[in-house]
Design a protein around this ligand. Structure first.
Ligand code: NAD
Ligand code: IPM
Ligand code: MN
Length: 368
């Protein structure tokens, strides 16, 4: 049997810094668990633009289509702010998502006990929190046409279009219901059916899928603005939240702060199953390239490490090893190891990105 293949795209800013820690963990699984991955590396984002004049080459795109899973760090940075829109670093990531058809973006927000005191919300609001945001990732206002900046009379007009087809809503709704069945059996769908036609269709289609295929799952609907408020007020009322591309982007960043830091939140972007039965998949932290701390060894690698744990679970059918890695992260946090973004307690000295990676590897060793 051939080894499972992984394409690693570290990207820009803190992307390569956090990915270096994931490499240590991948190596650990190779030597200690006999799980050897066939790893290749490529460029995406600003670094690809610097090398090739495009944020993603066709060769890298093809490679991403062939491998069992892609792991991505982060893209973007102020250096690229003035580039033409078509070659901005973010376009590379969006092309990967679109061409791989990764329509279901799973963004879990889990509050580790050791960090419950650290959230900007009260401890009892976040302790034990475990929710899953399912964000539609390949359609909506991110991709709808018409789009652009046009001249209209004597002024410019910027246009983006929110567009959802029935089948796009159906498939992401199914992903959410399937996940809910393995968790708390509850889905809350968020849109703005009060002001947007796409929201009216979203609500109707989610309800139809529910009625026909998942009547055993509890379904509720919420306007996305009220949902944002409820996420801050009492997030534990939710199990799975399903929402569109733009609302999902905003709500998942907000959910990140429930867990203590944006540096904690992993994600999995999944598409339809490939010939080998594995879903097309890309794993990446929810955070960006964090230009303010890049190059200083301060970045928290946990979001990227937990993204690899999601790869073990969703691409490689190694739920037990994913549990092991998540438990190792939990242990390190319980031991009081903190990168600078997680400080807050008196007298705790932060560890570097690399020291956090080493601590997780040590916890993995202790788990054997
Ligand atoms: P960001 O997520 O990069 O940073 C927001 C804040 O969170 C910063 O203060 C940063 O220091 C902190 N932070 C983020 N990740 C952290 C980590 N792992 N450890 C410690 N602190 C962390 O968002 P931004 O500043 O709005 O965007 C910067 C660039 O990243 C932009 O070019 C943006 O387009 C891009 N971006 C990329 C992705 C991605 O690649 N998936 C996601 C979001 C933003
Ligand atoms: C994310 C990011 C991306 C998005 C950008 C970088 C394209 O914010 O992954 O959450 O808006 O989807
Ligand atoms: Mn985002």
């Amino acid at each position: 049997m051939t080894n499972p293949s992984l394409l690693i795209l570290p990207g820009d800013g803190i992307g390569p810094e956090v990915m270096a820690e994931v490499r240590k963990i991948i190596d650990w699984y190779g030597t200690k668990r006999d799980m050897v991955f066939d790893v290749s590396e490529g460029l995406v984002g600003g670094c690809s633009y610097d090398a090739h004049g495009t944020p993603l080459t066709d060769e890298t795109m093809e490679k991403a289509q062939e491998v069992d899973a892609v792991l991505l760090g982060a893209v973007g940075g102020p250096k690229y702010d003035d580039l033409d829109f078509s070659v901005k670093p973010e376009r590379g990531l969006l092309r990967l998502r679109k061409e791989m058809d990764l329509y279901a973006n799973l963004r879990p927000a889990q509050c580790f006990d050791a960090l419950a005191d650290f959230s900007s919300l009260k401890k009892d609001v976040v302790a034990g929190l475990d929710i899953m945001i399912v964000r539609e990732l390949t359609s909506g206002i991110y991709f709808g046409e018409p789009r652009g900046i046009f001249e209209e009379g004597n002024e410019r007009v910027g246009i983006n279009t929110q567009r959802y087809t029935e089948s796009e809503i159906e498939r992401v709704a199914r992903s959410a219901f399937e996940l809910a069945r393995k968790r708390g059996n509850k889905v809350c769908s968020m849109e703005k059916a009060n002001v947007m036609e796409s929201g009216i269709l979203w609500r109707a289609v989610v309800s139809e899928v529910h009625e026909k295929e998942y009547p055993d799952v509890e379904l509720s609907h919420m306007y996305a603005d009220a949902g944002a408020m409820q996420l801050c007020r009492w997030p534990k009322q939710f199990d799975v939240i399903v929402t569109d591309n733009l609302f999902g982007d905003l709500l998942s960043d907000a959910a990140a702060m429930l867990t203590g830091s944006l540096g904690m939140l992993p994600s999995a972007s999944l598409g339809a199953p490939m010939a080998n039965g594995r879903p097309k998949a890309l794993y990446e932290p929810v955070h960006g390239s964090a230009p303010d701390i890049a190059g200083q060894g301060k970045a928290n690698p946990i979001a990227c490490v937990l993204s690899f744990a999601m790869a073990l679970r969703y691409s490689f059918d190694k739920g037990d090893e994913a549990d092991r890695l998540e438990a190792a992260v939990e242990k390190v946090l319980a031991d009081g190891v903190r990168t600078a973004d997680l400080l807050g307690e008196e007298g705790v000295t932060p560890v570097s990105t690399s020291e956090m990676g080493d601590a997780i590897v040590a916890a993995l060793n202790a788990s054997l």
